[in-house]
Design a protein around this ligand. Structure first.
Ligand code: ZN
Length: 242
C-alpha cells in the first residue's frame, strides 16, 4: 500500500491543491490526514471540501478543529491563531462543523498510528519538538510508526542507543525492530524556514517513508488572507516559511 500523509493544511487551498496534484501522479492507494485542515488561511471551507473528496482512511482532529468546535478554550491559542479561529467559526457551515466533529484524536492502521500532537494525552495537543518529547510518544506507541503534525516542522525521531534523536530525513527505510515518530510537516504553513508545502508518502511494501516539499502559489494564498480581514502576519509568514 502507498499512503499519502498530509497535515496542517490551515485553510491554504493553493498549497493543498498543489500537493494533491502532485500526489495524483504518485500511485497513492489511501490518504491520511493528521489534522488542522482549518485555521490561519482564507479557505477553510474549500480545504474541507478538498479533503472530503480524497476520502482519507484516517482523519484525526487538530487543535484548530477543536478550536472552531469550541472543544478547546480560545485562550489556548496565540492572538493571531485565535483571530483566525473566530473568523473561521463565522464562515463554516453546520455540515462542515459536523464533519470536523467526526474526527478522532488518534487512530491506527496496519503498522502505524496517527495523532496530531503527541500520544501523551492527545486532547492536550502537546508538541513533539525534541527527542525528549518524542521519547514519551515512543513509549506509549503500540505500532512501529507514529505520524504526527502540529509543529509544522518535518523530522524523523528514533532511538539512537539510549537517547531519541531527530533526523531531517528526507527519507527513511523503516527498520521493523525500531519505533519512529515521524513529523510529516505542514501543507499550508511550514515553519522550518522553507516555504514550500510539505507532505509524506509511506510505502508499506518497500518500508520506505519519504518527506516531500513542493512549490505552490503562496502569493495567491497571501493575497486571499489579506483580502479576507485575517491578521496580516498570517500572510507574511507564508513567504518566510515561519
Ligand atoms: Zn497546525
Amino acid at each position: 500500500m502507498r499512503y499519502a500523509l498530509i497535515s496542517d493544511i490551515h485553510g491554504n487551498l493553493e498549497a493543498l491543491e498543489a500537493v494533491l496534484k502532485c500526489l495524483a501522479s504518485e500511485d497513492i492507494d489511501e490518504y491520511i490526514c493528521a489534522g488542522d485542515i482549518v485555521g490561519y488561511g482564507a479557505n477553510p471551507r474549500e480545504c474541507i471540501e478538498a479533503v472530503r473528496s480524497i476520502d482519507p482512511k484516517i482523519l484525526v482532529a487538530g487543535n484548530h478543529e477543536w478550536g472552531v468546535l469550541g472543544l478547546l478554550d480560545i485562550d489556548y491559542f496565540s492572538e493571531n491563531a485565535a483571530a483566525a479561529i473566530i473568523w473561521a467559526k463565522g464562515v463554516l457551515e453546520r455540515g462542515e462543523l459536523e464533519y470536523l466533529k467526526s474526527f478522532k484524536l488518534s487512530a491506527s492502521l496496519e503498522d502505524f498510528t496517527v495523532v496530531h500532537g503527541s500520544l501523551e494525552e492527545p486532547a492536550r495537543f502537546n508538541y513533539v519538538l525534541d527527542g525528549n518529547d518524542a521519547r514519551r510518544t515512543i513509549e506509549l506507541l503500540k505500532t512501529p510508526l507514529c505520524f504526527v503534525g502540529h509543529t509544522h516542522i518535518p523530522g524523523i525521531f528514533y532511538y539512537d542507543e539510549d537517547r531519541v534523536v531527530c533526523s531531517e530525513g528526507p527519507a527513511l527505510n523503516v527498520d521493523r525492530s525500531r519505533k519512529y515518530v515521524i513529523n510529516i510537516g505542514s501543507v499550508g504553513q511550514p515553519r522550518d524556514g522553507d516555504r514550500r508545502a510539505g507532505f509524506a508518502i509511506y510505502d508499506t511494501g518497500s518500508g520506505r517513508v519519504e518527506i516531500r516539499r513542493i512549490d505552490y502559489n503562496f502569493e495567491r494564498a497571501q493575497y486571499k488572507i489579506l483580502g479576507s480581514g485575517l491578521p496580516q502576519r498570517l500572510a507574511e509568514r507564508l513567504a518566510e516559511g515561519r
